[in-house]
Design a protein around this ligand. Sequence first.
Ligand SMILES: [Zn+2]
Length: 572
Amino acid sequence: MRWSQAFIPTLRDDPADAEAVSHQLLIRGGFARQLMSGVYSLLPLGQRVCRKIADLVRSEMERIGGQEFRLPALHPAEIWQRSGRWEAMGDEMFRFTDRRGSDVGLGMTHEEVFAHLAGELRSYKQLPQIWYQIQTKFRDEPRPKSGLLRVREFTMKDSYSLDIDPEGLDFAFQRHFEAYRRIFSRCGLEALAVEASSGSMGGNESVEFMVPSPAGEDWIASCSSCGHAGNLEKITSRLAPMEDGPGLEAPERFATPGLRSIEDIASFEHGAPADRQIKTLIYVLDGSVVQVLLRGDHELMEQKLLDATGAGELRPASDDEIRAALGALPGSLGPVGVEGLRVLADASLRGRRDMVTGANLDDFHLRGVDVERDIVSPEWLDLREVKAGDGCPLCDAPLDVSQTIEIGHIFKLGTRYSEALGAKVLDDSGASRPIVMGSYGVGIERTMASVVERHHDDRGIIWPVEIAPFEVVITVLNPKDVATLEAGTALYEALLAQGIDALLDDRNERPGVKFKDAELVGIPFRVTVGPKGLERGILEFQPRDVDTGQEIEILKASVTIAEAVLERRTQH
Ligand SMILES: [Zn+2]
């Protein structure tokens, strides 16, 4: 490509609303443009990067035996109704009615359609299968942000494994795990594999691949001692044991006028420190009011509440609902003696005595509460958010908490979708069995944005060679000088002939503008061709990630450059 004819609209300034570095640089570098909230056009440079990422993903999927499909984005409601997700997906799914009056959804994932197709399989002898596609997905995110990291329309590689039994699924899951490691490593991303919540996908085990970044929206806890790591939505921790006194024979009410929060009670002279208080939250879970209990210094992780109860929806109860259920308002709520309401309690409260909590009477609390004695049939669950410094659940070393971007997620689904969509085969005894499925996803544009988050400096992007839009830019310093332009063009053609992805910057711009643009768009190698160098038979060659160039002989230039590029392409 000649830059003079290319559409690479670089900008001098960051877009006004862009906080994430990848958002700023992908817009400024002319890779993408926003069309509406959470919806982006990929410009030629962005498309080149995404195509390279997709090809790389494709090669790794083929390597584990994947077969490529292409499924529709338009889905009939019926197929999602059969899995129960037409309701469960709520407002996140784009839906409309077609001219015949039929309900149609835009696919946000394809478990249903693949399970429907798997209904054509007849025998265990046809298994295992790995089916995949690279295709557009739609999700009506409530808060699209961070540029290409959280969007409403995006490209995803989604794959599905089909096996006769759970052992087959374990094997397919492991194969995907290894393929994902290779994919991210080839993209220049050091991804951390963490335990994750399966959310609305169902199934019993899932692993996320995470890249540390301040632009991320997921928080993980990890143990530097044993390597255990998990999403905060999933991971548990060990707590130092608490020693409680014998407490009172029965809870005792005391006045706490105007004291509403855990902190208020902690600093009140007749109160108790936060870890000696019971925090009472009232939620509505799938339409029913429930009590959620935590230690005063802990926070609820809502996803854990959903996962532990199997509920589809939750929201905090309104003041009216709370008053109707407990007779008091937030600030004076407690679980003692409450009957007829489900009590979901974090396991850290188990066996505690001499605790303080609200009395269900405005401006009163109770002291001397014995959890086992005074609370009616609590269900013990893991509900609290793990904090930095909590003990690793495996080795007890202190956990670190960090902000990350999720770049891949793999799930063991089991038979939920195959049962719902009728994907069954005959096993070796002639019995009909539902196919055991796994599902595996990588977002293509999100991977591109994550690479920018990890590979940039204050001048722009620094693409890893494997996914760079171009591998080499040849900067012609004075294209009006015929000899210089001819030398640059000859080198450009020699590089193309060797299979190197080269861009010839033949624009009539000042050298400073050209250097700045090349650095901004992040091309891994630059060769500068100028009249003075040509007189001495040399060019300047500079990798994007080092500060100084080196002189190379013009006669050997194409070979030297091709060798440098090939060395940086991943071996595979
Ligand atoms: Zn550990």
